[in-house]
Design a protein around this ligand. Structure first.
Ligand SMILES: *Cc1c(COP(=O)(O)O)cnc(C)c1O
Length: 230
């Protein structure tokens, strides 16, 4: 019996396997170990059926850009999959920190002092830590959040020493409609300089380039799930 649900699962399974093949191919081409490249399935604005399709295909690493939506998508499902990991890849408002800590396993978007301080305070009061990345405004764009490159050294120091945050890496969203390789290579250099092992960069359209420049996490939405709703 081929139900709509089964077709959905088959499609997403096929997309995932295509992307894994491309990851494998890029890894070989650029002399990297494909085990070091983690595929984040970005499930923002995707239907529960599609998300279930990815889970049924065995995928376990997901990204969401809004706390509320993440809770709607994942609060009931997450306890059923003990090995499931969820990354926050969108801006975090300080009044959502507690909710974010209920659902996310890693925060990729530590992007300002106030957030770093309040996140540190909340983690301390819960007596726990969580791995975090600093979001870098790599194109120094007015409208984008993130730490501009020349402020990274001080901000990293602040996060670690004043806020006791466990900073493991950097993430960026390069300017739209520009070649991204230069920005990826700049982020890689910054991570190298500070001995940060993780780099979250590259999306559906440019993850192969990101892999060539050291990405350890790539964030793919439409390439796995298809077009987003609304
Ligand atoms: C939506 C989103 C993605 C995924 O984009 P696609 O083009 O659908 O692959 C990646 N990173 C961030 C931060 C996003 O908000």
């Amino acid at each position: 019996m081929t139900s709509k649900k089964n077709r959905m699962t088959a499609l997403i399974k096929e997309n995932l396997s295509q992307i894994h093949k491309q990851i494998e191919k890029s890894a070989i081409e650029w002399g990297r170990d494909s085990n070091d490249i983690n595929l984040i399935a970005v499930s923002k604005r995707q239907s529960p059926e599609r998300i279930q399709g990815a889970l049924d295909a065995g995928h376990r690493l997901f990204g969401e850009n809004k706390v509320q939506e993440a809770l709607e998508h994942w609060e009931d499902i997450k306890p059923l999959y003990p090995d499931l990991k969820l990354h926050l890849i969108g801006s975090l408002q300080t009044n959502k920190i507690k909710d974010a800590l209920r659902i996310f396993d890693l925060i990729e978007t530590v992007d300002r002092e106030k957030l770093a301080r309040k996140l540190g305070d909340e983690l301390k009061s819960q007596n726990r830590t969580i791995p975090c990345f600093i979001q870098v405004n790599i194109g120094e764009e007015e409208q984008k959040s993130g730490i501009v490159p020349n402020e990274l050294p001080d901000f990293l120091e602040f996060c670690r020493h004043e806020c006791a945050l466990d900073i493991k890496g950097l993430m960026c969203i390069p300017p739209a409609d520009e070649p991204t390789a230069l920005y990826f290579s700049l982020l890689m250099k910054m991570a190298d300089m500070h001995n940060l092992p993780e780099l979250s960069m590259g999306m559906s359209s440019d993850f192969e380039s990101a892999i060539s420049l050291g990405a350890t996490y790539i964030r793919v939405g439409t390439g796995i799930f298809g077009k987003r709703e609304n």
